[in-house]
Each structure stands twice: as C-alpha cells, then as structure tokens.
Design a protein around this ligand. Structure first.
Ligand code: UDX
Length: 436
C-alpha cells in the first residue's frame, strides 16, 4: 500500500514509521521545513523510546520518506492519513479543527485519482462529514472516501501500542473500497489478537473520546477514593487492588496520583464536554471529572505545604520529575505546573530535576532552579516530592537523600517508595491515599 501521512507530530510520525515497518510505502508530509530536515538527519522532534531507530531503519530501506511538498506526497496514494494537531481552541475548549480542514483542502486539491482520506487526529463527531463535504465541493469528479481511524497510542509506549493494539477502530460510511483498503493497511497486524472493528464514521469518532473520557474517569474516581482513604484511615492501593480484581472493573488506570495530564486526556475530556453541551446531551460525569482533576493538581501543592508543617515560607522544595508521566518530555497539562505555582504562591523556593523534561519545562517555570540529578535536588531541601515516577527514581539511595536534606520529608505523589524502607532511611513520609 502507498500511504501518505500528513503531519509529523506524535501520531503521524509514530504511525508512519510503524506502517513502514509493516512493509507499506510511506511518505510523511509536514509544512515545517526545519522539522522535516531534523527528522531526515535522524533527530526526532519528540522523545519516544525506539522511534529514532524505527525511522532510521525504514528510511534506509526506502519505505519511509519525508517531504514538505504535500501535493507531491499525495500523488498516487491509496490512502492519505490526516494526523495534524487538534489543540484546544483558546477561550472555549472546543477542538480547533482549522489544521484538519486546511489539510483536507490541500489534499483534495492535489488528488489525481480516487482516494481514501483517513482522519487519525482526534476529531469531534461530525468532522468526517465536513471533510467529505469539502472533498465533494472541491472535486465532485473524484470518488473520495472519508474514513475515521482514531489512534489509541500512549506516549512513551507508542510503538508497542501501535503494533500490538487492543483493537483498531475504523469508521466508514459503508464504502466497500474504503473497507478493503483499510483492511489491507492493517492486515500485517495479527488480527486475531487485535480485532479490526468496522463501524459508522460518527461512531468511530465518538469511540476515541469515550475511551479517553472513561479512562480519565477511572483515574479521577480512584483519586477521590485516595482523598477519602486519607480522611477515614484506609489504603488506596489496597482499595485499587480490591476493586480491580473484579474483572468487570479491571485493574488498569486505578493508580492514584496527582491528577492526569498530557496531550490527550485534558483536551479530549474538555472537547467531549463541549460536544455534549452543543448537542443538548450533557455528559455531566465527564464535566465533573474535568473540574475535579483541575482542582486536584493545585491541591497537591497544598498537600506538600501541609507536609512541611503548614508553612512553606522560605523553605526549599525539591521536585523529582516534571513531565506529565515518565518516558516522555511532554509537559502539557503536567501536574508539576500547578504544583510549582501553588508552592511559589505559598512562599517556597522550588528546585527540580527531570531526566528528559527540563529543557521544555524551564521556560514554563522560570523561578524554578533546574539541577542535574535527584541528589543535587535534595541537598539542603526541606521536602523532597516525587511528582513523576521515572524508573530512575525508583532505586535512589534513600539514606543518602535523607541525610543530605535540611529536613528529611518525602512526599510520594505516586506511591512508589516502600513505606518501611523510606521511614528506616530517616524520612517522614507522606503518600497519596495512605495512612503513612
Ligand atoms: C492516553 C491514552 O492512554 C491513550 O490511549 C490515548 O490515545 C492518549 O491518551 P497518554 O496521555 O500518553 O495516553 O498517557 P497515559 O499513560 O494514558 O497517562 C495519562 C495520564 O494519566 C498521566 O498523567 C498519568 O500519570 C495518569 N494516570 C494514568 C494516573 O494518574 N493513574 C493511572 O492509573 C494511569
């Protein structure tokens, strides 16, 4: 199959490289000349484990190429995937679809034969209809099918998720040609393990939002249980295990923490709320999830102040991890942003270390002193806070950390440190949803 991928952001680049690895012939298109040049030179625009190698091997094998020339990239393609950004529109939280529609226009104008246009970007219900309308208006002479094929990959595990998905969702308006081409594209997956699910186009668009909103709800539910655990004297990790062992509930996404962040959950939950309101079918549970999660991030700052004895003025707080989760340099909606703000508002001085995120984080938190290791961060601090559970933080020498601090207080916002060991190292420990 000859496939063109429009947009070399997270989804576009990972999908393009993985499709090429399946043996398809892929052209990735991006307007950003510097970005394309960097990728061609082997420098990835994002930090994603294994991506540079995957891109390198497939480019060398001649299956993966890059261009800024959309019209040339589109010619002769069996399918053209739109994987451009859909940021939250400033002010109202709706998804900004201007990049999607602009890409659709350019694609359609460049087409020289029948084609399947696939939206892979996360787009609100009805976007496929509008892309189809654009196609009909600009090229009534061509058979252009518009398909929705949402992506469910997680940052940091994107390649594995793409190659071994739980399911692939394809939404069409019933065109046999579109269904045949999409089946052909995904044939290299072991489809017994990863069902290829065909559905209506609007349904596919909604599935993506429903999946993310449901997962965000699960996290938010357990986070509120964590608060309740602290209030009544219970252990949230045991509550998670106790409910997660029920197959109807499932054990994943029940890890209590400082609130979800990232490029998907915050944006997609908000967009779903807006869609619900627009169609007069409000999704009140998701509205509440959005509010609860927003408030939680700042509340984590107050939790740290409490661990400091109620007064943070003039004290130094050391943060371990700034990115919204490990194995990424992504700072979008990271809990650390609200935590830093709350701590600075309370008069604390903040020092931080993150294995990959400091370059992007530094301009977003200009008063924070970035240092080069967890040990350097802890030295002389009044509280050490584990914000993001990078593997490199799991095996730290707790004794060495504790003895280097002004006051050995540890706030473990991800519950990764064993209680007894941490206390034996001399720390006063504070966790999420725990008696400790
Ligand atoms: C998510 C979805 O998992 C993915 O399917 C979708 O396509 C995009 O959004 P991602 O944002 O990369 O992926 O990260 P994920 O690993 O899902 O974590 C999201 C957030 O939830 C992080 O802030 C993480 O720390 C938090 N989280 C996750 C928890 O607080 N507790 C959990 O149990 C799981």
């Amino acid at each position: 199959m000859k496939i063109t991928m429009i947009g070399t952001g997270y989804v576009g680049l990972v999908s393009g490289a993985c499709f090429a690895d399946f043996g398809h012939d892929i052209v990735c298109v991006d307007k950003d000349i510097a970005k394309i040049a960097a990728i061609e030179a082997g420098r990835m625009p994002i930090y994603e484990p294994g991506l540079d190698q995957l891109v390198g091997t497939n480019a060398a094998a001649g299956r993966l190429s890059f261009t800024t020339d959309l019209a040339a990239g589109v010619k002769g393609a069996d399918a053209i995937f739109i994987a451009v950004g859909t940021p939250s529109r400033r002010g109202d939280g709706h998804a900004d679809l201007s990049y999607v529609y602009a890409a659709a226009r350019e694609i359609v104008e460049a087409l020289d034969g029948p084609a399947v246009i696939v939206t892979k970007s996360t787009v609100p219900v009805g976007t496929g209809d509008e892309v189809e309308r654009i196609a009909r208006e600009l090229r009534p002479d061509l058979d252009i099918q518009v398909v929705s094929n949402p992506e469910f990959l997680r940052e940091g595990a994107a390649i594995g998720d793409f190659k071994r998905p739980d399911r692939v969702v394809v939404g069409t308006t019933g065109s046999e040609r579109a269904i045949a081409i999409m089946s052909q594209i995904y044939r290299p997956l072991n489809l017994n393990q990863a069902p290829l699910m065909f559905t209506g186009r609007r349904t596919a668009e909604l599935i993506k939002y429903a999946a993310n909103a449901f997962l965000a709800t699960k996290i938010t539910f357990i986070n509120e249980m964590a608060d309740l655990c602290e209030a009544v004297g219970a252990e949230v990790q045991d509550v998670s295990r106790g409910i997660g062992l029920d197959n109807r509930i499932g054990s994943k996404f029940l890890h209590a923490g400082p609130g979800y962040g990232g490029s998907c959950f915050p944006k997609d939950t908000l967009a779903l709320v807006k869609t619900g309101q627009d169609f007069d079918a409000p999704v009140r549970i998701v509205e509440t999830v959005v509010q609860v999660n927003d408030l939680r991030k700042r509340a984590m700052g107050r939790k740290i102040v409490k661990a400091l004895g109620g007064d943070a003025r003039g004290k130094t707080v050391a943060l371990l991890g700034l990115t919204f989760k490990p194995n990424t340099d992504d700072m979008r909606d990271a809990p650390s942003l609200a935590i830093v703000q709350a701590l600075e508002d309370a008069g604390a001085k903040v020092v931080a270390y993150d294995p990959e995120g400091m370059e992007i984080a530094a301009p977003m938190m200009s008063n924070v002193t970035m240092v080069n290791s967890a040990y350097e961060a802890a030295a002389g601090a009044d509280a050490l806070v584990l914000v993001t559970e990078w593997d490199a933080f799991r095996a730290l020498d707790l004794k060495r950390l504790a003895t280097s601090m002004n006051a050995p207080t540890l706030v473990d916002l991800r519950n990764i440190y064993p209680v007894a060991e941490t206390q034996a190292a001399g720390f006063t420990l504070s966790r999420v949803g725990s008696l400790a």
